[in-house]
Design a protein around this ligand. Structure first.
Ligand code: GLC
Ligand code: CA
Length: 591
């Protein structure tokens, strides 16, 4: 009896404990699953320093310019600023060709300016992430000058050299070379050096431990100053099979995938983490060129101790003709494919790792020109709709400066207007090979990188208030109406919508951590998904077209609360109940 009774009590105690345990477990499993961290909740704002604000009239944006606009950046509600490279560089690729990793580019200012920038940012609770360009340096870096000078120079092994007496090295393609050839013959030592990008960007030899130590030291230099992380330029490319084998057929259409999967890549990232990253509370994000969704966890699964995040190219590749160099498919981007890509990438980080989301950056055209509609009628609406997408996915948004104004592609008519080495060298390539130059110029209006690099539009004065001098790249003539001053005054502007939706994301952690579920996949017009967390459910509806469209959903939203809508006048409730949206409409409802 007693025993029975005893066991009975024991049983209920156990049940109670396990029920309570379950509750803590539930909480804990939520905690474990999401492992909340500042960089998961952050909105990253990317600034192309050359084009943000010029302080001294030389036509080039600079650090003092950024300092003068920190109140603006703070007013947006973003948390982190990622600056494209600000280091010493001859600027063949606008700073992606570094000649000294611990010096500030003269055009951008001084180390004192940098220190002030960092201090003033931290005072405003803004974090600063710098761009680490470690796959290659500039050919003007002292290491390369030494390396080139003789075969027995101590720096020879800092780069990849192929002695010409061994014959021609196996073919490697280059992104920016006029002949697409990543090997450059150098008569001084009768050898070829490797450059995946321009001839002036020789690839560093990461297989040499000294090179890795040099880069780690440069990283420590900036981290010890107190920066908050790194965006890592083409980091998947760093490790190479130095026997340089002939590439098998399967990589001929996809050499980027080959470049991204070098033999010791993950060893080096783990070493970098152990030596440097693990010692600081920072965020890291890899530029994921060539990395597939089934490989991404190798970079960002926290148990592997490598990096925090990676941004993929699958979205950016949508609507481009496969196998062709940056050519748009005349059929445009299929929304169904778009949904598949972003849903797949959400699913790979469901249990481990953490995702990123972006639609624009310095390598891409303006997001509204690419995925929205930059016509007078729909520019603002479609910009807001795309912003809604970026701010409601389960990933850290990387938001490109100027998109908060709805800036558009400049669509240059002449090659002379371009400054970008990629566009210029491909034009030369076509000239030399008898390609269709007009066709190319037409295409660059949609895909060229300079579209996203035109100066920021501050006001309606000359050059949009960017510079008192001659801007290094032309200012888009629409600055008269699309600019900060005009948009700050207009409560319905793209800018004010951006600020509002950032606030909404911050106040609704469901939009950060909540589960993502896609609905109505086959709908070619509307992207519909829910985000759910701890009993809160929000439905996001995005019309990607310039016509009215309806989603095929069966939710009962009679008592739903409207969280935000991108139209100036709120939607008709009956329309909403039928999930019918106006052109480029974006809605969030909670129910
Ligand atoms: C990355 C950068 C790009 C640069 C290239 C070479 O793709 O984002 O701007 O040109 O690497 O460094
Ligand atoms: Ca300047």
């Amino acid at each position: 009896m007693i025993n029975k009774y005893f066991y009975g009590i024991l049983f209920s105690v156990v049940t109670l404990i396990s029920v309570a345990g379950c509750q803590t477990n539930k909480k804990q499993s939520y905690m474990d699953k999401n492992n909340p961290t500042w960089w998961k909740e952050a909105v990253v704002y990317q600034i192309y320093p050359r084009s943000f604000k010029d302080s001294n009239g030389d036509g080039v944006g600079d650090l003092k310019g950024i300092i003068s606009k920190l109140d603006y950046i703070q007013s947006l509600g973003v948390d982190v600023v990622w600056l494209n490279p600000i280091f010493d560089s001859p600027n063949n690729d606008n700073g992606y060709d570094i000649s000294d990793y611990t010096k500030i580019m003269q055009e951008f200012g001084t180390m004192d300016d940098f220190n002030t920038l960092l201090e003033e940012m931290h005072q405003r609770d803004l974090k600063l992430v710098l761009d680490l360009v470690a796959n290659h340096s500039s050919s003007e870096h002292e290491w390369f000058k030494q390396s080139r000078s003789s075969r027995d120079n101590p720096y020879r092994n800092y780069y990849h050299w192929w002695p010409a007496e061994k014959g021609k090295p196996a073919e490697r393609w280059s992104f920016f070379d006029v002949n697409s050839n990543a090997w450059k013959y150098d008569s001084l030592t009768n050898a070829y050096y490797l450059h995946y990008f321009a001839v002036s960007q020789p690839d560093l030899n990461w297989e040499n431990p000294k090179v890795r130590m040099e880069i780690y030291n440069a990283m420590r230099f900036w981290l010890n100053k107190g920066i908050d992380g790194f965006r890592m330029d083409v980091i998947p490319f760093i490790s190479k099979d130095t026997s340089f084998p002939v590439l098998s057929e399967k990589y001929h259409g996809d050499f980027v995938h080959f470049y991204a999967n070098g033999p010791h890549l993950h060893e080096y990232l783990q070493e970098m983490n152990k030596e440097v990253l693990s010692k600081y509370d920072i965020m890291t994000v890899a530029e994921g060129a060539g990395v597939n969704s089934d490989e991404v966890l190798n970079y960002i699964d926290s148990e592997r101790k490598e990096l925090n995040m990676l941004y993929h190219f699958d979205g950016a590749k949508l609507g481009l003709i496969p196998g062709e160099r940056k050519k748009l498919d005349p059929n445009g981007v299929s929304l169904i494919e778009f949904k598949k890509v972003y849903s797949k990438w959400d699913s790979v980080t469901k249990e481990k790792g953490w995702g990123t989301i972006y639609l624009g950056n310095h390598d891409l055209p303006r997001m509204v020109s690419r995925y929205g509609d930059d016509s007078l009628q729909y520019r603002a609406l479609s910009s807001k709709m795309l912003t809604t997408f970026l701010m409601t996915m389960r990933a850290t948004p990387f938001y490109y400066f100027g998109d908060e104004l709805g800036m558009t592609n400049i669509k240059f008519n002449k090659i002379d207007d371009y400054q970008d080495i990629e566009t210029i060298n491909w034009y030369k390539h076509l000239q030399e090979t008898g390609g269709d130059l007009n066709d190319f110029l037409e295409m660059e209006k949609w895909v060229g990188r300079d579209n996203g690099r035109t100066p920021f539009q501050w006001d309606n004065t000359e050059n949009g208030g960017f510079t008192s001098g001659k801007p290094w790249l032309k200012v888009n003539s629409n600055f008269k109406t699309i600019n900060v001053v005009a948009e700050e005054q207009n409560p319905n502007s793209v800018l004010n919508y951006f600020k509002k939706i950032i606030r909404i994301r911050k106040e609704n952690l469901v939009l950060v951590y909540g589960d993502y579920t896609l609905y109505d996949l086959e709908n070619p017009d509307i992207y519909a998904y829910t985000r759910e967390l701890d009993g809160i459910r929000q439905l996001i509806l995005l019309n990607f077209t310039s016509h009215k469209a309806s989603a095929n959903l069966s939710f009962d939203i009679a008592d739903a609360k409207l969280v935000i809508d991108n139209y100036d006048n709120t939607p008709n409730l009956d329309d909403l109940k039928n999930f019918s949206l106006r052109p480029y409409e974006a809605v969030i409802i909670e129910f």
